[in-house]
Write a protein that binds this ligand. Structure first.
Ligand code: SF4
Ligand code: SF4
Length: 204
């Protein structure tokens, strides 16, 4: 059994990022980490929000029954910047483990990155971080308008890093690798027709 085109695409991008980061000076790596700090603070805030409002329902609805809809697809969308940020803050062994997993055929209906103790990424993709199923949202938000408004604020903050109607971190990280001569199909902020239209409409 062969690995899927999704796995091959992910493997190619992760290997490229990991290899290129391995050639950078400690100053260059530190500069990339510094550029990502505000994003990591945002991610911490999302974690706090999810732990406060959703941990109980997610545990009860999905984790105890192992039926989580969050991680049950073969593959989820990952931005190129997701891969860069995860690599910057992961150990070499963690990066190698992702590559190993991607080289084995994925036989189950679950995400290839789902390990026995949860997601194998140190900083999981933004699409995963910001996904809440409708049933959980209805249950939590119907009695708690404050939670809903906090979630809406977080969704807007996400755009400050990912939505290219202005210069954003996810675009900058792609550009850093493009400038170094690399290209990836996952560089959506430079190759997705929808996101290119966002830039065009914003006069960029
Ligand atoms: S968001 Fe929904 S699908 Fe995901 S773990 Fe929570 S209850 Fe389950
Ligand atoms: S990348 Fe991680 S969080 Fe996202 S679907 Fe896969 S296992 Fe779940």
């Amino acid at each position: 059994m062969q690995t899927s085109p999704y796995q091959q695409e992910q493997h190619e991008a992760i290997l490229m990022v990991s290899t290129h980061i391995g050639t950078l000076s400690s100053c260059q790596i530190e500069a990339l980490k510094t550029a990502s700090r505000e994003y990591l603070m945002f991610r911490d805030d999302v974690d706090t929000f999810l732990n406060t409002y959703f941990a109980a329902i997610c545990t009860q609805k999905c984790f105890q029954s192992s039926l989580s809809a969050c991680c049950s697809r073969e593959g989820i969308i990952t931005f190129f910047a997701d891969i860069v940020i995860n690599a910057l803050f992961s150990t070499l062994d963690e990066q190698k483990f992702l590559l190993t997993v991607l080289q084995k055929p994925n036989t189950g209906p679950k995400c290839v990155y789902l390990g026995p103790h949860g997601c194998l990424w140190r900083i999981k993709p933004i699409v995963c971080q910001m996904f809440l199923c409708d049933a959980a949202m209805i249950r939590i938000f119907q009695d708690n308008p404050t939670a809903e408004s906090t979630w809406n604020v977080l969704k807007n903050r996400e755009k400050q890093f990912t939505w290219p109607d202005k210069k954003v971190l996810f675009e900058d990280l792609e550009m850093f690798f493009i400038d170094a001569g690399h290209a990836s199909s996952l560089m959506y902020l430079h190759n997705s027709p929808g996101l290119l239209l966002v830039k065009k409409r914003a006069g960029r």
